[in-house]
Design a protein around this ligand. Structure first.
Ligand code: XUL
Length: 521
């Protein structure tokens, strides 16, 4: 009963989850609430509402509040020892925003432990439907916003990313333009992460630098809002955003609402919440020189950077576990569905045959190189299938086993090429941490290891964001480096070591430029 624990939350797109670890990082409790099934009154699909224009995507803000009520009530029913919690942190889906109505700070500060949070905060939002990361309705605003700071490259260099529709800056601008009254009736704008932290803190929680980097508003080097961006978006925005803080900041203690209603220790600390991707980076305990490759429906590539060179492709965020470092993230739409298409067309729909093809062909594929964008790719913006022979001549097709190797090598070369453009370079001891469906296939992992020239480890990711936040909570109260604090966590499994084959990454980059120039609509 006297043992210490740390609590991590994850307010993701489809659910809210909480996970507690003990001093030895063992998971001692896990609870989740699914929006669609546990809160059917909000009528979400996959946790969201896609509007008629198909571009606008929102989630009911109050649903998130209710989900927190439910998570905590469930933990109480399961006799979770709230008193043991030393510190809490959490993650939120990135980019989503919450609009607190004037007067809500006082509601947060004066919550009665007799009632649920949702009963008391149901009238606290000036916008009831929070724009979320799946929204793509602000293209025009993004282009205007970029031109105000000198173009997409200048925007990327300043804020870590060119202007993206899902990033919060353009979403706030849309709200101001379409609903100026609601905007002026807004006292505070939170990200999903800082909104969730605010509930626990009983006061407005600061936005952390890492999640703040997903807004196109933060100067990622100065770690302060950029006035030009703020002025473009809406008047009086600086005051509504509050000051951003390092992600390991202890914001204060839990509000008395939680100590009275759930028996939390009144001294339990709330450490700044962050975005789900930065939180996963913490959960994977990514170190200098490491990369994470998540091979799922869409592929994601994350890396630790010391000296980033943000480009118009990919995103650079302030690092969530070291405020002086950075992380970068590259997202690819053509992931497992493209691999499966080639498996079906060139390996009789069988992963075994796919693996045999990889084994029967040599690294670098005798100079054959393929680029496969079945759907409009975002990194880079292109679509189509492109095959090049060893003389860089485009060819209409490859033999089946060449095609299999080409899709895997092409996807991994792309990631290495884009990572290097963002300032990534392999260091002695660099590790590739692989996750997602395709990380079960050792032959695919061997290609990954060869292309990236580093050993590949496989990670269990089921809880990465939540676990990362429980660890961040501990780091926040203990201090020192995150690596020191989390060093005793059991290591991941080594799955592949690189053969000595030097891939020509520049050649890939050149061919990708050819492809982008002639991308088919
Ligand atoms: C990242 C992004 C998503 C969200 C939801 O830029 O848009 O990964 O964080 O998980």
């Amino acid at each position: 009963m006297n043992s210490k624990s740390y609590l991590g939350f994850d307010f993701s797109t489809q659910q809210v989850k909480a996970l507690a670890i003990d001093e030895n990082f063992q998971i001692i409790h896990e609870v989740s609430v699914q929006f669609d099934t546990d809160l059917p009154e909000f009528k979400t699909e996959g946790g969201v509402h896609v509007h008629e224009d198909k571009l606008t995507v929102t989630a009911p803000t109050l649903m998130w509040v209710k989900a927190l009520d439910m998570v905590l009530e469930n933990m109480k029913k399961e006799n979770f020892d709230f008193k043991s919690v030393v510190a809490i942190s959490g993650a939120g889906q990135q980019h989503g925003s919450v609009y607190w109505k004037k007067g809500s700070r006082s509601s947060l500060q004066n919550l009665s432990s007799e009632k649920s949070l949702s009963d008391q905060l149901c009238d606290s939002f000036s916008i009831h439907d929070s724009p979320i990361w799946m929204d793509s309705s602000t293209t025009d605003i993004c282009r205007e916003m970029e031109s105000v700071v000198g173009g997409p490259a200048a925007m990327a260099s300043l804020t870590g990313s060119r202007a993206y529709e899902r990033f919060t800056g353009s979403q706030i601008a849309k709200i101001y333009r379409n609903n100026a009254d609601a905007y002026s009736n807004t006292e505070r704008i939170s990200l999903v992460s800082s909104f969730a932290a605010s509930l626990l803190l009983g006061d407005y929680a600061a936005i952390d630098n890492s999640d703040g980097s997903g807004m196109n508003l933060l100067d990622i080097r100065k770690k302060d809002w950029d006035d030009k961006c703020l002025e473009f978006v809406a008047p009086g925005l600086r005051g509504k955003l509050g000051c951003p803080v390092p992600s390991a900041t202890v914001l204060g203690s839990v509000s008395s609402y939680f100590s009275e209603r759930y028996n939390f220790n009144p001294k339990c600390k709330v450490v700044a919440f962050t975005g789900d991707n930065p939180a996963s980076l913490a959960g994977f305990r990514l170190r200098h020189g490491d990369v994470i490759v998540s091979l799922g429906t869409s592929d994601t590539f994350m890396m630790w950077l010391d000296n980033p060179t943000p480009k118009t492709e990919g995103h650079v965020f302030v690092n969530p576990v070291d405020n002086d470092a950075y992380m970068a993230m590259l997202c690819y739409k053509n992931g497992s569905l493209t691999r499966e298409r080639i498996r079906d067309s060139s390996a009789n729909g069988s992963w075994e045959e796919f693996s045999s093809a990889l084994k029967s062909t040599k690294p670098k594929n005798c100079g054959n190189l393929g680029i496969y964008y079945d759907v409009q790719e975002i990194t880079p913006n292109a679509v189509g299938t492109f095959r090049f022979d060893e003389n860089n001549q485009q060819v209409p097709e490859f033999r089946a086993e060449i095609e299999v190797r080409a899709v895997i090598e092409g996807q991994f070369l792309a990631k290495r090429c884009h990572a290097e453009r963002l300032g990534y370079s392999l260091k002695p001891g660099s590790r590739v941490l692989a996750t997602g469906g395709a990380s079960n296939n050792e032959d695919i992992l061997q290609v990954l290891s060869d292309v990236l020239s580093a050993p590949v480890y496989v990670l269990d990711t089921s809880n990465s964001a939540c676990l990362g936040c429980a660890c961040r909570a501990k780091h926040g109260v203990i201090g020192g480096t995150f690596d020191e604090v989390t060093r005793s966590i059991t290591a991941c499994r080594l799955a592949a070591t690189p053969n000595n084959c030097t891939y020509d990454v520049d050649r890939y980059g050149t061919l990708e430029k050819v492809v982008t120039g002639c991308s088919q609509d």
